[in-house]
Design a protein around this ligand. Structure first.
Ligand SMILES: Nc1ncnc2c1ncn2[C@@H]1O[C@H](COP(=O)(O)OP(=O)(O)OP(=O)(O)O)[C@@H](O)[C@H]1O
Ligand SMILES: [Mg+2]
Length: 222
């Protein structure tokens, strides 16, 4: 069995008078330490699939098994803990907290898990230094460039030492230089931490960096 298995995964949304099926039976296996790029036209359901894999939403049918655990058998509370402790999320718009500094933003998932800043300061600082942000720990997000903000978001995604990172267009808001830098950081951390990475992207050259490209079309993997 793969590290991640999606089987006959379906997701529909109710519209005015009927159900619209977005994902129409996705079958996908992803290995531990694999870097997958997920491509497809706008509206194909890439973000929807990522949300299901990240247990942010439940499928209409089918199953997702991550590291042997069937997500459909977990309660909402168990899923919350699973997300906090095992997953890292990176978004297109960084989603940093404007009132927190760089170090606090990176440590946020640990705060949510009831840990103190002092207990994670060491690892969070180390991770930020590794990403070239050691001299920015006290800065607030508005004092950073886009590339720096995304690197803080990457540090935040790593702070709980996740086994799976889900990234939705992490370079979508960066210029080509910062985008390339973020991609090379992502590629290296997959290698160094043996973490699994699923990255949605519209950018063909970004997708090339991954170990495997997955294409979503009309609700199925092609
Ligand atoms: N909560 C929701 N309720 C109803 N429809 C939704 C909801 N979320 C997404 N959809 C619809 O599902 C379809 C797929 O959306 P999704 O965001 O997964 O696409 P995407 O592939 O990520 O597109 P993009 O490349 O533009 O980000 C879209 O048609 C969208 O309108
Ligand atoms: Mg999307």
């Amino acid at each position: 069995m793969s590290f991640i298995e999606a089987r006959q995964l379906r997701k529909s949304y109710a519209s005015a008078d009927h159900e619209v099926e977005i994902l129409k039976g996705i079958n996908l296996g992803i290995e531990k330490g694999e870097f997958i790029s997920l491509m497809g036209p706008s509206g194909a359901g890439k973000s929807t699939l990522l949300q299901l894999l990240g247990a942010l939403d439940r499928p209409s049918a089918g199953e997702i098994i991550i590291d042997g655990k069937d997500l459909s058998r977990m309660s909402d509370k168990e899923l919350t803990l699973f997300r906090r402790r095992r997953l890292g999320f990176i978004f297109q718009f960084f989603n940093l907290m404007p009132t927190l500094n760089v170090l606090e933003n990176a440590a946020l998932p640990c705060f949510l898990d009831g840990k103190s800043l002092s207990s994670v300061r060491g690892f969070a600082t180390e991770t930020l230094e590794r990403l070239g942000l050691g001299h920015r720990l006290d800065h607030r997000p508005h004092q950073l460039s886009g590339g720096e903000m995304q690197r803080v978001a990457i540090a935040r995604a790593l702070v709980n030492k996740p086994s799976l990172i889900l990234a939705d267009e992490p370079t979508g808001n960066l210029d080509s230089k910062n985008g390339a830098e973020v991609l090379s950081i992502l590629k290296n951390l997959v290698k160094d931490f043996n973490v699994t990475l699923v990255m949605v992207t519209h950018d063909k050259s970004a997708a090339e960096v991954a170990d495997r490209k997955v294409q979503l079309l009309d609700g199925v993997v092609v």
